[in-house]
Design a protein around this ligand. Structure first.
Ligand code: SAM
Length: 233
C-alpha cells in the first residue's frame, strides 16, 4: 500500500504470474481493490475487471489510476460495497482478494461469510484467490519494526503485535512527514495455511490449494505470502 514502487511490482506480477493467468475475457473481481493497483494490469491482460471497496477515498484513487493508465483510460467497473454483504450471484469467473484484505472483521463468522459471499458470486468453475500474510510467515519476522521510504521523502513505520494467542494481529503504522506524524491501526485475524484451507472447504470450495507466491510455488519455509485458491464446482 505504502511503497512507492509497488505499482510497478504489481504490474509485472499481473503480467507474468501463472496464478493470474485466466482465459481471455474472464470476469475478474478485485475484492477490496484499494487504490486499484491490480485493476489496470488485469484489464491489460484481457480480463473484464470489477473493483469493489468500501472506502470512497480508495475508489477515487482507483478511478484516477484507471483514467491515467499509460495506454489510455481503462474500462473498469468500480463499486462501493462492503465485502461482508456484497454478492453478485454467478457474476465472476475469478475473485481476487489480495495484499491481506481478508480477516478484518472482529467476529470470525463474518470473515467466513466473506468466503461464502465469494462462492455465491462465482460462476460454476470459477476460482477465489486470497493472498494474506500467513501466520507461519509472520512468525519468522514479527517483532522487528519496518520502515518504508516514500517518494516524497516521508516514511512509514509499521509495527505488529500478536493478540489473543496468535488468533489476531494489531498493525500500527506511523506516517512521518517532515515534523508531523500520523498514526493508524488495524486489527485482523491471522490464518495459518491449514486454517484458511479449511475455511475454504467449509465455505464450499473444492480443489483447495495453498501457494507461497503467484508463480504457484509451494507454501514452505521460503515463502513471503500465503495464497489460497479454491474452485466453485
Ligand atoms: C490492505 S488494503 C489492500 C488494497 C488492495 N487489495 C491492494 O492490493 O492494494 C485493504 C483494502 O480493503 C478495504 N476494505 C476494508 N474493509 C472492507 C470491507 N468491509 N469491504 C470492502 N472493502 C474493505 C480497504 O478500504 C482497503 O482499500
Amino acid at each position: 500500500m505504502f511503497s512507492g514502487t509497488r505499482a510497478e511490482t504489481v504490474a509485472e506480477l499481473v503480467r507474468t504470474a501463472p496464478l493470474l493467468d485466466f482465459p481471455p475475457g474472464s470476469r475478474v473481481l478485485d475484492l477490496c481493490c484499494g487504490p486499484g493497483l491490480f485493476l489496470v494490469p488485469l484489464a491489460a491482460r484481457g480480463y473484464r475487471v470489477t473493483g469493489v471497496d468500501l472506502s470512497p477515498a480508495m475508489l477515487e484513487r482507483a478511478e484516477a489510476v484507471c483514467r491515467a493508465a499509460d495506454a489510455g483510460p481503462v474500462d473498469v467497473t468500480l463499486v462501493r460495497e462492503d465485502m461482508l454483504t456484497y454478492t453478485a450471484p454467478d457474476a465472476y469467473d475469478v475473485i481476487l482478494n489480495v495484499f491481506t484484505s481478508f480477516g478484518y472483521f472482529e467476529d470470525a463468522d463474518d470473515n467466513f461469510q466473506v468466503l461464502r459471499n465469494a462462492w455465491q458470486s462465482l460462476a460454476p468453475g470459477g476460482r477465489l484467490l486470497v493472498d494474506v500474510m500467513g501466520k507461519e510467515v509472520l512468525a519468522g519476522w514479527i517483532g522487528r519494526p519496518q520502515a518504508v521510504d516514500l517518494p516524497d521523502g516521508s516514511y512509514v513505520v509499521q509495527r505488529d503485535t500478536v493478540l489473543d494467542s496468535w488468533r489476531r494481529l494489531r498493525t500500527d503504522w506511523t506516517l512521518v512527514r517532515g515534523e508531523s506524524a500520523r498514526t493508524a491501526s488495524i486489527r485482523s485475524f491471522l490464518y495459518s495455511a491449514a486454517e484458511l484451507h479449511d475455511l475454504f472447504v467449509a465455505a464450499g470450495f473444492v480443489d483447495v490449494e495453498c501457494f507461497g507466491d503467484f508463480d504457484g510455488g509451494p507454501y514452505d519455509q521460503s515463502s513471503r505470502r500465503l495464497i489460497v485458491r479454491g474452485v466453485k464446482k
